[in-house]
Write a protein that binds this ligand. Structure first.
Ligand code: ATP
Length: 301
C-alpha cells in the first residue's frame, strides 16, 4: 500500500494520500516545483500492480453504490501534455467498472457546430447523469491551455469584441461558476493533471517512433506543442491556481511512473466517492412486504 490511510466510512474526510497530490485552493501552486516523479517511499511495480487490481474491483463496487444511491454523478477530468498517459490510465483504472455506468468522452478540436456555441456547450452535452461516472479526456480546460498558447484559435470562435485581453480571466470565472453549479446540483467534479516531465515525454515519443505497433500514436504535430513546453507549463500553472477549488479540486499526479500514476488516480477516485456517504436505498415497510411476498411466491413454485 502507498503510505497513508484510506477514509472508509469517513464522510467528507480525505486521507493523507489524497492530500499529498491535492492542488491547494489558495492559488499557491507552482508547476515547476511539482514533481513528475513519484515519492521515494513507494512500493515495487509488482506491488503497485497488485494494488491496482484491488482498486479496480473496489471502484466497480463504488459505482454500483453510486447508482443505487441515485443522488450523485461523478465527473473526472484528465488533462496533461501529449504522452502523459491519459488514455492508458483511464483504460486501466476504469477497466472493472460496469460499462453501463460509465462513459468516456474525448475532446479534440471543436467542430464547426461546436464553434457556433459558447465554449462550455459541448462539455455540457456530455455530462454524466446521476448514478454514473463520466470521464473527460481533455475538456473545457483546453480553452485556457491550447487556445491560450495558440490565441489565433480564438479567431474561429467569433467572440464579440476584438480585445481579448481579459479573455482568460473571464474563462476562469465561467469555469469556476460552471463547476460550482455542477457541484451544487450533485455532480462531483474531480480533476487530474497528469504531470509528465519533458525528458519522459521525449522517451515516450521515441518509443512510439521505434516500436511499430505504437507508430500510429505518433503525429509530427505533437512536437510543435513540445516546442512550446514552457508556454504550456505557464498555462497549466494559471489553470491549476485559478480553478482548483473545494467543489472541484485538481490533483497533480506524477506521471513519469505509470504504475504509480494509475494507483494514485484510482485511490483519489475511490476516496472521493467514499467521501459522499453513499447508501443503498432504505426499503420502506411496503417494499419489505413485497420482498416477503416475492419470496413466498417463488418458494411455492
Ligand atoms: P491525444 O493527444 O489527446 O491523445 P489525439 O492526438 O489523438 O489526442 P485528438 O483527440 O483528435 O488527437 O485531439 C486532440 C487535440 O485537440 C489536442 O491537440 C488538443 O489540444 C486539441 N484540442 C482539444 N480541445 C481544443 C480546443 N477547444 N481548441 C483547439 N484545440 C483543441
Amino acid at each position: 500500500m502507498i503510505s497513508g490511510k484510506t477514509c472508509t466510512n469517513m464522510p467528507n474526510r480525505r486521507s493523507d494520500f489524497h492530500d499529498r497530490h491535492l492542488v491547494p485552493f489558495d492559488g499557491d501552486f507552482s508547476v515547476r516545483t511539482a514533481s513528475a516523479k513519484p515519492p521515494k517511499d513507494i512500493p515495487s511495480k509488482a506491488e503497485l500492480e497488485r494494488e491496482l487490481g484491488d482498486l479496480v474491483g473496489e471502484l466497480d463496487k463504488m459505482q454500483q453504490l453510486l447508482f443505487a444511491d441515485g443522488r450523485f454523478a461523478v465527473l473526472s477530468v484528465f488533462q496533461g501534455m501529449d504522452a502523459a498517459g491519459k488514455d492508458s490510465t483511464i483504460r486501466k483504472v476504469f477497466s472493472g467498472v460496469n460499462p453501463a455506468g460509465f462513459r468516456v468522452n474525448a475532446f479534440g478540436r471543436p467542430s464547426e457546430l461546436e464553434l457556433r456555441h459558447d465554449f462550455l456547450w459541448r462539455c455540457q452535452q456530455r455530462l454524466p447523469e446521476r448514478g454514473k461516472i463520466g470521464v473527460f479526456i481533455r475538456s473545457h480546460y483546453e480553452e485556457v491551455l491550447v487556445v491560450r498558447v495558440h490565441p489565433e484559435l480564438l479567431d474561429a470562435q467569433r467572440l464579440p469584441g476584438a480585445d481579448h485581453a481579459r479573455t482568460w480571466e473571464r474563462r476562469f470565472d465561467s469555469i469556476r461558476d460552471f463547476e460550482h453549479h455542477l457541484a451544487r446540483n450533485g455532480t462531483v467534479v474531480v480533476k487530474f493533471w497528469l504531470n509528465v516531465s519533458r525528458e519522459e515525454q521525449k522517451k515516450r515519443f521515441l518509443d512510439r517512433i521505434e516500436q511499430p505497433h505504437r507508430n500510429w500514436k505518433f503525429r509530427l504535430g505533437d512536437l510543435d506543442d513540445r516546442d512550446r513546453w514552457d508556454d504550456f507549463q505557464d498555462a497549466y500553472q494559471e489553470m491549476l491556481r485559478e480553478t482548483s477549488r473545494k467543489w472541484a479540486p485538481w490533483h497533480a499526479i506524477p506521471a513519469d511512473d505509470k504504475a504509480y500514476m494509475r494507483v494514485a488516480v484510482a485511490r483519489v477516485m475511490i476516496e472521493t466517492m467514499k467521501g459522499l456517504d453513499l447508501r443503498f436505498p432504505e426499503m420502506s415497510a411496503d417494499q419489505r412486504r413485497e420482498l416477503q411476498e416475492g419470496r413466498r411466491r417463488l418458494m411455492e413454485e
